[in-house]
Design a protein around this ligand. Structure first.
Ligand SMILES: Cc1cc2nc3c(=O)[nH]c(=O)nc-3n(C[C@H](O)[C@H](O)[C@H](O)COP(=O)(O)OP(=O)(O)OC[C@H]3O[C@@H](n4cnc5c(N)ncnc54)[C@H](O)[C@@H]3O)c2cc1C
Length: 399
């Protein structure tokens, strides 16, 4: 079986293929040691750890052991603490409820597990064209190599050449506001408590929202710019030295490891398979979400697992109609999951941006009573991550 892309979706698909006793070949554009900057999908849900553990016993624990967890979360409104919660202990004997580790490290652990499981990697192998036929898929790479397979799992990221070859558009909007995302190295001389902190209207940064999340070895800070802001004035070395000391100890202004700006797409592929039902779209090839609620990578893992299940069913089907039905079922289920995740990420984004008067009023009213009423503070603390139900449902159904 061919998998295109060695990001989290492709690596999960390769592990799932090997767990099912099938051969797995991964074609990846970049080299094995290419630098992949940024913490990106640092937050792994417990459900993702459990799935990886099931695909490759030991892997979920290995990832969890390298990541960090926090037992305290806090929210502030205009500099005043409106909510905090400390959980008694998150370390249990089994897998933890989440872990936070830079995506590149999670990918390295997954790739090592793939190698142990016998996955064949072809690095520096960029797929340049694809011919999608009724019985087979043929891929051509930059080295003049050509590959054929009954089915291909497309895990080739947001610009997915396979999605383009299948003529499938991504549908949905992109946020107007820009977010500045900064990774900072830990500073042992100026330790910061390992807590997740969200600020509405941080007074030190002109009332912009700020999210501060620990990951193993550092801190991720998301600054929610206003529509008229000039991003460069926040991402230049001088800009970073100006605002970071307002949200963390001053020394962190000199600890920047990576900085980037994003406008978040909220897009889902029109279909998750091609007209011949031979290419199965997974991960960012099929959906793009704002990161609030951490649904990108966490839903790419079940995408990949379901794609492998569907291919397995299709390969053992007694006729082409049954095979096609298995692939269609995958496409329908994962599209439904992606639409659900997009709706949750949209709710979080809408809450963060507060473009509408009703959201602004609700937030302000909740902040006004948060000191007296714990429920209002709890709502303000959780809303930037999407509906609470989403997390529970995600854990139950591997969305
Ligand atoms: C700033 C930011 C923060 C994020 N935070 C979170 C978070 O906290 N939690 C979360 O769950 N998600 C988060 N995400 C999303 C997460 O990074 C993605 O969902 C995840 O990387 C998707 O994995 P993927 O395997 O589908 O795609 P990718 O990671 O993009 O992997 C695709 C792979 O395909 C390869 N490829 C592309 N084209 C070709 C080709 N033609 N031939 C061969 N190979 C090819 C690429 O080189 C790449 O290795 C974040 C994303 C961003 C940008």
């Amino acid at each position: 079986m061919l998998v295109v892309g060695a990001g989290p979706a492709g690596l999960s698909a390769a592990l799932a293929l090997r767990a099912a006793g099938m051969e797995a070949t991964v074609l990846e554009r970049r080299g094995p040691d290419a630098v992949r900057p940024g913490s990106r999908a640092a937050y792994l849900h417990g459900a993702s750890l459990a799935t990886l553990e099931k695909l490759c016993p030991g892997l979920g624990h290995e990832i969890a052991a390298e990541g960090v967890m926090w037992s305290t979360k806090r929210s502030f409104w205009a500099g005043r603490e409106i909510f905090s919660k400390t959980y008694p202990s998150l370390r249990r004997s089994g897998l933890p409820p989440f872990t936070s580790l830079p995506q590149v490290r999670t990918e390295d652990l997954m790739a090592a597990a793939c190698r142990r499981a016998g996955v064949r990697f072809h690095w520096d192998a960029e797929v340049t064209s694809a011919e999608l036929g009724p019985d087979r898929v043929r891929l051509n790479d930059t080295h003049g190599g050509s590959w054929t397979a009954d089915y291909v799992i497309a895990a080739d990221g947001s610009r997915s050449p396979l999605r383009s070859a299948a003529g499938i558009p991504l549908e949905g909007p992109r946020s107007q506001n820009t977010f500045v995302i900064v990774d900072l190295d830990d500073d042992p001389d100026h330790p910061v408590p390992i807590e997740r902190v969200f600020h509405y209207h941080h007074p030190g940064v002109g009332g912009r929202n700020v999210l501060i999340v620990p990951f193993a070895g550092g801190w991720r800070v998301d600054l929610n710019l206003l529509v008229d802001d000039v991003p460069e004035s926040f991402t230049s070395p001088e800009g970073l030295r100006r605002w970071i000391p307002k949200v963390l100890p001053a020394a962190y202004g000199e600890r920047v490891r990576w900085v980037s700006t994003y406008r978040f797409a909220q897009q889902v592929a029109a279909r998750f398979t091609d007209e011949h039902q031979r290419v199965l779209l997974t991960g960012e090839a099929s959906h793009l979400f704002a990161p609030f609620g951490a649904r990108g990578m966490n839903s790419s893992i079940p995408d990949a697992v379901r794609a492998v299940d569907a291919v397995r069913e299709a390969l053992s089907a007694k006729d082409t109609a049954t095979a096609g039905a298995a692939i269609s079922r995958f496409a329908r289920e994962r599209k439904e999951a992606a639409e659900y995740n997009r709706a949750c990420a949209s709710a979080a984004l809408e809450h963060m941006l507060a473009d509408s008067r009703s959201v602004r009023l609700r937030r302000r009213a909740a902040a006004a009573i948060a000191a007296a009423g714990r429920k209002a503070g709890e709502w303000l603390d959780s809303a930037p991550y999407g509906p609470k139900l989403a997390a529970r449902r995600a854990a139950r159904t591997s969305y």
